[in-house]
Structure formats: structure tokens, C-alpha cells
Design a protein around this ligand. Structure first.
Ligand code: NDP
Length: 283
């Protein structure tokens, strides 16, 4: 039987409607949520992501600014832009589009962002809060993926969750969020021995590897929730880390690529920006 589709476009439309209402409520109180995106260099994928973020902001009424800097930008200059935005009261969220060109220090740049404006949730303070179970800004991709998992209606208590990939921006925060939901979490990576033995146990399987069609049908437990974070370009087409056509015959729920986690990621960025603006009312 074919898996049920977890459609990121449909979920996002509903969520963006709710976000737009929160933006309208903020505007009535004199606050227009503002997001600033810093884009350094000409990376084509980054250009597309930044454009989509701008479209999302416009859709819900968030004021968005894109600061485009040349590839030759020095670290000090980049950090100066971030500091200026930290001090700008019309900006509630700051996002430095990654990856940065070679020669720029991503970790150092992210550390300069004021944690309360870190709408990507990459600042070490927000990552640490997640680890400690404290309220903070949660990274958009895992936050969106968890929202999709929740919408299956499955009781997550005690479920086996397997996350393939251990990056700071996806794999690790995803594992922490699933742990908070009382899943029993296994993290897999490139040194994992017999990966399929782990993935086949998963009630919830999250793939964040960056390799096209890496998760095959024989690696999936029948009825599992399969969340495909991967974005890979093959022959001009965007495909995920999951062999979608084959895996959908085994899984219970599956996210498509495109139109899955990627769409939800931008929606969570909008939500994080609105939350940051709402916090200024209570500050
Ligand atoms: P990284 O390259 O930072 O991490 C990839 C992870 O996959 C690493 O932990 C690596 O292990 C692991 N890995 C690599 N090969 C294997 C293997 N053979 N077996 C098991 N694990 C393996 O990528 P990101 O986390 O940044 O991104 C992952 C994917 O998600 C990419 O396709 C990216 O484009 C996409 N992405 C999508 C987003 C969205 O909005 N949908 C947002 C962010 C990313 P090790 O640590 O041992 O090297």
C-alpha cells in the first residue's frame, strides 16, 4: 500500500495563514516584524533560497531586507553588518545565508548575531538551550520536520527514531527534538556500521545526508514515518535523500522533495521571526 503524503505545501499554507494573523496583530500594536538576510557571494542555490524567503515574508506581511555582499567581503566587514542589524530595532530576525564563501568563518559570524534575533537557531546559545531543554530559538529545518511528524497524529512516546546525519544545523537538533518527544533516538553518520540494521528499526526515520536516493526501500520498516530532508540536484532535477517511488510502497507516511521539508523550513523561519517580534512586546 502506498504511504500517505506529508505535503509541506499544504501544511505551510495553513501555518502561514496563522502566522499572517499574528503579524496583523503585531502591526496593530505598532510592531512590524522585520527579517534581514545577509547573502555573501553568488552561490546559485543560496540565491534561490533567499528569493523564496523573501516571497514567504511578503506572503505573511513580514518586512524583509536582503543585504547582498560581494564574494570578496572581509570577515570584519560581514560582522560589522551583523552588529548594525543587532542594533536596528526594525529588525527582529537576522539570517546569514550559508554556506559562506571560502575564507569566511561561519561559526565566528554566527556568534556575532544577537541570540534573540538568531531566527535560524544556529547561535551556540540557542543550540545549548535546545540541548538543555530550555526555551530558545529552534533551528527551522528540524522544527519544520518535527511539525510534519506531529501532523501524522502518531503518539511519539517510546517510538524508535533514527536520524541519519549529524550536522549542527539538521541532524543534531533533530535528534534533540525527538528526544524531547520521548522517542528513543539513534543517530547515524558516515562511520555507522550496518546502517540498514538501524534504519530498519525506525518508526520515525529522518534522512539528512545529502546523497540522492540514499535511503532505499529495503532500509525502511513497513509503516514508518519517513522524513526526507535532503536536497540534491541530479540532471537538473531536485531530489531528496530517499528513493521516493520505492520507499512510498513500504512507508506509512513520507515527505516529498520538493514540496516537503524545504517548504516547511521557510515557514518555520517566518514563525521564528514573528516569535522574535512578539518577544520584544514582553521585553
Ligand atoms: P552535512 O553535509 O553537514 O551532513 C551530512 C551528514 O550525513 C553528516 O553527518 C555525514 O556523516 C552523514 N553521512 C554522509 N555520508 C553518509 C553515509 N554514507 N552514511 C551515513 N551517514 C552519512 O549536511 P546537512 O546536514 O547540512 O544537510 C543534509 C541534507 O539536507 C543536504 O542535502 C542539504 O542540502 C539538505 N538540507 C535541506 C534543508 C531543507 O530546508 N530541506 C535545510 C538544510 C539542509 P559524518 O558526520 O560522519 O560526515
Amino acid at each position: 500500500m502506498s504511504a500517505q503524503l506529508l505535503d509541506g505545501k499544504v501544511m505551510s499554507e495553513a501555518l502561514r495563514g496563522e502566522i499572517a494573523l499574528r503579524v496583523a496583530a503585531l502591526k496593530e500594536k505598532g510592531v512590524t516584524p522585520g527579517l534581514a538576510v545577509i547573502l555573501v557571494g553568488e552561490d546559485p542555490a543560496s540565491q534561490i533560497y533567499v528569493r523564496n524567503k523573501g516571497v514567504g515574508c511578503e506572503q505573511v506581511g513580514i518586512h524583509s531586507v536582503t543585504i547582498r555582499l560581494p564574494e570578496t567581503t572581509a570577515q570584519a566587514e560581514l560582522e560589522e553588518h551583523i552588529r548594525r542589524l543587532n542594533a536596528d530595532e526594525s529588525i527582529h530576525g537576522i539570517l546569514v545565508q550559508l554556506p559562506l564563501p571560502k575564507g569566511l568563518d561561519e561559526a565566528a559570524a554566527l556568534a556575532v548575531i544577537a541570540p534573540e534575533k538568531d531566527v535560524d537557531g544556529f547561535h551556540i546559545q540557542n543550540a545549548g538551550k535546545l540541548l538543555n531543554g530550555l526555551p530558545g530559538v529552534v533551528a527551522c529545518t528540524p522544527k519544520g520536520a518535527l511539525e510534519m511528524i506531529r501532523r501524522t497524529g502518531i503518539d511519539l512516546n517510546g517510538k524508535e527514531a533514527v536520524v541519519v546525519g549529524r550536522s549542527n544545523i539538521v541532524g543534531k537538533p533533530m535528534a534533540m527534538l525527538l528526544l524531547q518527544q520521548n522517542c528513543t533516538v539513534t543517530m547515524c553518520h558516515s562511520r555507522t556500521v550496518d546502517l540498514a540494521a538501524h534504519t530498519r528499526r525506525a518508526d520515525i526515520l529522518v534522512a539528512a545526508v545529502g546523497k540522492a536516493k540514499f535511503i532505499t526501500a529495503d532500509m525502511v520498516k513497513p509503516g514508518a514515518v519517513v522524513i526526507d530532508v535532503g536536497i540534491n540536484r541530479v540532471d537538473g532535477k531536485v531530489v531528496g535523500d530517499v528513493d521516493f517511488d520505492a520507499v512510498r510502497e513500504v512507508a506509512g507516511w513520507i515527505t516529498p522533495v520538493p514540496g516537503g521539508v524545504g517548504r516547511m523550513t521557510i515557514t518555520m523561519l517566518l514563525a521564528n521571526t514573528v516569535e522574535a517580534a512578539e518577544r520584544t512586546l514582553h521585553a
